[in-house]
Structure formats: C-alpha cells, structure tokens
Design a protein around this ligand. Sequence first.
Ligand code: ZN
Length: 147
Amino acid sequence: MQKALFVSGKRKYLFCGDQNGMEILQPVIDLAVEKNAPYEIYSEEQPLFDWLNRQKMGCYLYIAAKWDKLHSLKKLTEEVGFSEEEAQYIGYGERLVNVFCCRCHGISKVILQETLEIACNDCDLHLEISDHYSSLKNAYLGYVAKL
Ligand SMILES: [Zn+2]
C-alpha cells in the first residue's frame, strides 16, 4: 500500500478521500494539525470540482481513493489546474492495469498485486511488469521474464 508523505511549507493542505482513503491520510492530517498548518477536508456536500476550484494558489492536495477511481479524480484535479507538484495521489485496493507485451504487442489486463509477473494473454509469453508506463498505449511495458 502506498503511503502519503507530508510535504512541508505549503500554504494550505487539502485532503480528499473516501472512508478508507481518509484512514490512509490520517497520519498526514495529524502532522498538519501538529504543525499548525491550515487545512481543509473535503466533504461531499459540494462537487469536488467546485471545492478545488475555489482554493487559492499555494495549496497542496492529497487524494486517496481506490485505484479505479483515482485516474478520473486525477484528471479532474488537473482540469482545475493542479500540477503534479501540487498534489499527491494515493491508491488502494486492487489495481487493474494494462501490460504491453514486448513480443506480440498484445495488451493483457491484470490485477496488480504482489506479483509482478504474468503470462501474456495473447502469446503466453512470461512477462515481467516494468515500471515503464506508456501513456500512448495506456499500459505498462512487459519484458521477457528472467527465469
Ligand atoms: Zn504476447
């Protein structure tokens, strides 16, 4: 499981998460409280877009959600104007990813867990999932696994 890291020196901290997400964020919220830093926790009374949109410059955003929801949340925050340096995304739960086969160029959908090795859905080649992500293919590149 990913952990949220406290980034100090920000003007204000924003926290957004579902129930499990808030548990993941709690240590960082505790740190913000300890350091007397201004912070705000998102409540679902208003649309997330509006909440983010009315925040001023210099805010730092934490979002913790299930992997399958995290991608759309990230898109939304980028639309509002948060850059990679102004936000942290923490995913939890099962993570469905695409793996690009280096031999047949097929895409295998796998649930990413402890194991980082799979067999290609198309050609059955034993693949090692690398951390090279291709946004063009929306997939992680799979290399021939060393046996
Ligand atoms: Zn293949």
